[in-house]
Design a protein around this ligand. Structure first.
Ligand code: HEC
Length: 708
């Protein structure tokens, strides 16, 4: 084990603070001088870029909070956001101000010393866009440069704000609002440009990234990730080459390949790396019936930041089919491999392999399984391609695929400690059984219907076991410390719910991440020993660290939601989520208290009896899972972000057709389904809801209520 010099000094500094009154021990004047230098207030240190620096290592050089004193960490301040749903943002801190996004792409500028609101920007996102995205109206943060704060909105806009007061400097629509494009990712600054991608591959779009001029907001270039219709001509040579790896009429379904998270700028090599998403429709057999790799799906692509010109690519999953996006966090580092220093790029995409690439040439250096994987045995180093197992593409509703479409690692960012030489990955085990694809069912995604290929009803009660059994049967999340040179795990953290949270690593020898369901925890970066934890509620975003006025802070934004709340349905529900959207900052000796938890005293209204026959109830259940389940929860169990329909009032039931077909709640995110459902369908769903509501009511109210 090797401790960096700075860390050693910090350890000494920590000891000194406690013994400040004691005279310096004689005979150690040099150490005393060093200590004196260290207890001098820390210089103010920002977290100005999404991943702290351009390499996106999420490593803070601050060591005031360290392994010896982390137990003294306490809440410095908290700020409650104005929404109660998913928050996935990495806050930025620049010159004492924290810029953080909440749900619906809202931006909060807070005094980073005390959490006081300086300004607030609501981009007024059209709530009906909720049905155009897969995974909740979340946002992963802003970009900052030169007095500008830039946010990308859920409805596809890029907005530049004045960092001083939140005034809009320019605004541009980056997507076609008629199609199912949404943005949840953080923009990245590349020189005098800002780069942004989008999401929507589950809902039939064609992916791309675009670069905009920072001064004016004018678009400078756009790079599509999958080819369009060859008859329309190719945008560039990269698209022409890519088209040779597709067959059939893929462009009709969009093709997918959305760049919804990782975009990394490397000024040193003048390259921009993008992580490309999954195919649309989900199964390659439908999308590209004659086979083919389907470039640049599930690839890391290097572009020229000035022009958007293609430089190289590495495809992690040829013929992508399982939603194995390569959009996950891309991290740059210098590693010593076979005795030589290498400039590398690292990624743990959904498919379960940890990749180390030469970031100049794109050459594959190594790839090993970091999670549970059964679709491929290994990556062939001669060809750079995964070797698929015989059952990899068996989709019969029984064959379990690992990882699932949720991935062995999803969007929560990793972190790296260059001294320990470890990458900390929030790893998931989350199995799924895909169904045989059919043209009718899978080609054209409908509203409220993800193009993901698995049977939502398989997750309905009573078919899914309870939490204990789920954990026993492998739905879990775990922080894994990964040695990227040896390609093996060094240590593993405690088992918690899937998804877990993003990670921060610090020069204090600490790793901060979510532990169990609702705690922010600090682990020893070298051994994995848990040294501190504090209740935060359900956090999943990545913590950051900054210093102001001589004090180091650890901050995290949190709010339960995202794809997990919806897709996780019963799994998420079993964690008894109490929803809050909040920012919290901790410091040594912090004594602030969280506001008291909101208590929900509502009583479940007694439901009217279901009057339909069994066949209608079954149809209602099926239509519900096709069109409603991804917001209102598998088996009607929501993750707490959208209403539990079993609790709907008699009045809501009276308005059912107006809500479901008439779209009267459109402004609140509940769009009309009249293009997909008949009044009979809507009534069948209502009957299914009533039947399930009665079941729940009897479970929770065993005695019949007199007079009702
Ligand atoms: C894209 C997400 C989404 C989908 C898909 C969706 N809903 Fe909703 N639904 C919402 C939201 C958000 C609300 C809450 C609106 C509000 O705040 O009043 C809601 C509210 C409702 C309500 C009112 C509940 C109450 O008690 O106030 C009903 C009824 C409803 N939805 C039925 C359906 C049905 C039936 C389907 C499928 C055909 C469906 N929803 C699909 C997002 C969705």
């Amino acid at each position: 084990m090797r401790y960096p010099f700075l860390l050693l000094l910090a350890l000494l500094a920590a000891c000194d603070r406690e013994q400040a009154a004691a005279p310096a021990s004689p005979g150690a004047p040099e150490i005393a001088a060093v200590i004196e230098a260290q207890v001098a207030p820390l210089p103010d240190t920002d977290w100005a870029l999404h991943g702290n620096d351009y390499r996106e290592q999420r490593f803070s050089p601050l060591a005031q909070i360290n392994r010896d004193n982390v137990q003294e960490l306490g809440l410095a301040w908290s700020f409650d956001m104005y929404t109660q749903r998913g928050v996935e943002a990495t806050p930025l801190v620049v010159d004492g101000v924290m810029y953080v996004t909440g749900s619906w792409s809202m931006v909060y500028a807070l005094d980073a010393r005390n959490g006081e609101l300086k300004w607030f920007f609501d981009p007024q996102v059209d709530r009906s866009f909720l049905a155009k995205g897969c995974c909740d109206a979340v946002n992963r943060g802003v970009a900052y440069t030169d007095g500008k704060v830039i946010v990308a909105t859920y409805d596809g806009r890029l907005v530049a704000l004045s960092a001083a007061d939140g005034a809009v400097l320019w605004e541009v629509q980056t997507t076609d609002r008629e199609q199912s494009y949404t943005i949840t990712g953080a923009p990245r600054i590349a020189g005098d440009k800002v780069v942004i991608g989008n999401g929507g591959a589950e809902l039939g779009v064609r992916g791309y990234v675009s670069a905009y001029d920072l001064a004016s907001g004018a678009m400078v270039w756009r790079f599509y990730t999958v080819p369009g219709n060859p008859e329309d001509g190719f945008e560039n040579a990269a698209m022409e080459r890519a088209a040779k790896t597709w067959t059939g009429e893929w462009w009709q379904w969009g093709g997918g390949g959305t760049v919804w998270d990782a975009i990394v700028y490397n000024p040193e090599l003048d390259l921009l790396y993008i992580g490309v998403g999954n195919g649309s429709p989900w199964n390659a057999r439908l999308r590209s019936p004659g086979g083919g790799d389907n470039l640049y799906l599930a690839s890391i692509v290097a572009l020229r930041p000035d022009t958007g010109e293609y430089v190289w690519h590495y495809q992690t999953t040829p013929g992508e089919t399982w939603d194995y996006t390569a959009t996950q966090h891309i991290m740059l580092a210098e590693l010593e491999i076979d005795g030589k220093p290498r400039k590398v790029l690292m990624q743990a995409p959904k498919n379960g392999f940890f990749y180390v690439l030469d970031r100049q040439s794109g050459e594959l250096i190594s790839a090993e399984q970091y999670g549970q994987v059964n679709w491929a045995s290994h990556v062939d180093m001669a060809t750079g391609r995964p070797v698929e197992t015989p059952n990899a593409r068996v989709f019969d509703g029984k064959n379990v695929s690992l990882p699932s479409n949720a991935g062995a690692h999803n969007w929560p960012p990793m972190a790296y400690n260059p001294d320990a030489g470890l990458v900390y990955i929030p790893v998931m085990v989350f199995p799924v059984a895909f169904l045989e694809p059919t043209e009718e069912k899978d080609s054209k995604p409908g509203q409220g219907y993800w193009n993901v290929g698995f049977d939502r009803m398989a997750g309905s009660p009573p078919k899914i076991p309870n939490l204990g059994e789920i954990l026993d049967s492998q739905f879990l999340g775990q922080l894994v410390a990964w040695d990227p040179v040896k390609q093996e795990a060094r240590w593993k953290g405690p088992v918690g719910r899937p998804v877990l949270g993003g990670v921060l690593s610090t020069a204090g020898g600490l790793v901060f991440s979510v532990a169990r369901a609702d705690q922010l925890a600090a682990f020893d970066a070298y051994t994995g020993e848990e040294l501190w934890s504090s209740y935060t509620g359900n956090a999943a975003a990545a913590p950051i660290s900054y210093a102001i006025d001589g004090e180091q802070y650890i901050a995290i934004a949190q709010g339960f939601g995202g794809g997990y709340a919806a897709e996780g349905g019963p799994v998420a529900h079993d964690w008894k989520i109490r929803n809050m959207s909040r920012v919290m900052a901790f410091k040594l000796g912090g004594k602030a208290e969280l506001p008291p938890p909101r208590v929900d005293n509502r009583e479940m209204p007694r439901p009217a009896p279901a009057t339909a026959d069994a066949a209608t109830l079954e149809r209602g259940e099926s239509v519900y899972h096709r069109h409603c389940g991804y917001c209102h929860g598998d088996g009607l169990r929501t993750g707490g972000v959208t209403p539990d329909l079993r609790w709907s009032s008699g009045q809501t039931h009276e308005m059912w057709q107006d809500i479901v077909l008439g779209g009267v709640l459109r402004e609140r995110g509940m769009v009309s389904f009249s293009a997909y459902l008949t009044p009979d369908d809507a009534e069948a769903i209502r009957q299914y809801v009533l039947a399930e509501a009665n079941r729940l009511y009897l479970e929770t109210h065993p005695e019949p209520v007199a007079g009702n």
